[in-house]
Design a protein around this ligand. Sequence first.
Ligand code: FAQ
Length: 356
Amino acid sequence: MYGNDFSGPEEAPGGGLLGEVEAAETALREAAARQRSSPAAEPGVDLAAYFTDVIAADQKIEPRDWMPEAYRRTLIRQIAQHAHSEIIGMQPEGNWISRAPSLKRKAILLAKVQDEAGHGLYLYAAAETLGISRDELVELLLAGRQKYSSIFNYPTLTWADVGAIGWLVDGAAIVNQVPLCRCSYGPYARAMIRVCKEESFHQRQGYEILHTLSHGTEAQRAMAQDAIDRWWYPSLAMFGPPDGDSTHSEQSMAWKIKRFSNDELRQRFVDMCVQQAEILGVRIPDPDLRWNDERQAYDFTQPDYDELLRVIKGNGPCNRERIAHRRRAHADGAWVRDAATAYAAKRADQKEKVAA
Ligand code: FAQ
């Protein structure tokens, strides 16, 4: 998967998570080939029954199709939250661009943070197909009426945190996002395929940073371990509340927006990390982590869900700082948006004159 220079975290029989992304892409193409024409324009058609049939047949709902209002609202909530996470997620790592330990590390980190901006844009574009504008979504974020992932409210204290974000945060993001490549809403599923392919490189760069540190000096090894100790439980919490407390899972799974529950994905992530931690030579900070033969999975200590709730509600270590920074960046960018709008108007005007 990664060439033969380095044994990366994605190496697994059957192609690992990237293999699943490829399979989802094939399934998407096959679904597109089978796609029936939208019956929206035909009189007397039961649109709700058509929607249910499309979901049952694993076809995709497209923007032109009728959809229940609650399905549309759920998608806007989730895709917007996802887009905001990508954009706010640029901040913790951006903190280290000017302090990366070498030119090579700096160039790689710059490219990664730029990728996150790109992911935010694909996702805002996917949300826009549901009838809401990017401006509205950004306003909702800045007004505190939409969320972003809890994980980005934790500080990046050392260079090793950049490695831990890549390995654990991007790793958790991929485990969560690979099933979203099979989401029933076409534009979200297609955006996820591209995002997952790029995200797997992100995970690899974090893994490689940690691998270097954990095979370095004693101080470097300690720095890597300290970062993992701080990022492990917040990464587990990224998957959301436990299934019993998850408000949206049941309905989202019935609509095939989500394909697995929060706890199922969290378990998958833990099982994946244990093996990778061994190769890295680092310790997962959980004294109760052990293989359970009966379940064929690792038993592990759950993250502190009260802490997750506190962070989601705005009281994490960096919530205020993150939103203040985002507000400032948005205000500072006003002239760019104004210039782009003026330029687009000028181009449209010129085009009209040429056509006349
Ligand atoms: N943080 O009923 P559920 C990334 C909220 S991208 C904040 O289980 P659902 C890439 C949830 O919204 C990371 N809020 O909800 C990157 C709901 O609140 P509401 C982002 C959370 O939607 C890497 C309430 O709790 N990824 O990392 C969190 O069915 C490095 C009840 O929860 C996505 O957004 C949380 N962790 O399942 C970038 C993936 N968990 O709206 C830069 C797409 C739950 O009722 C650097 N999203 N909540 O007020 C999803 O898969 C789902 O939305 C879940 C939550 C799984 C996050």
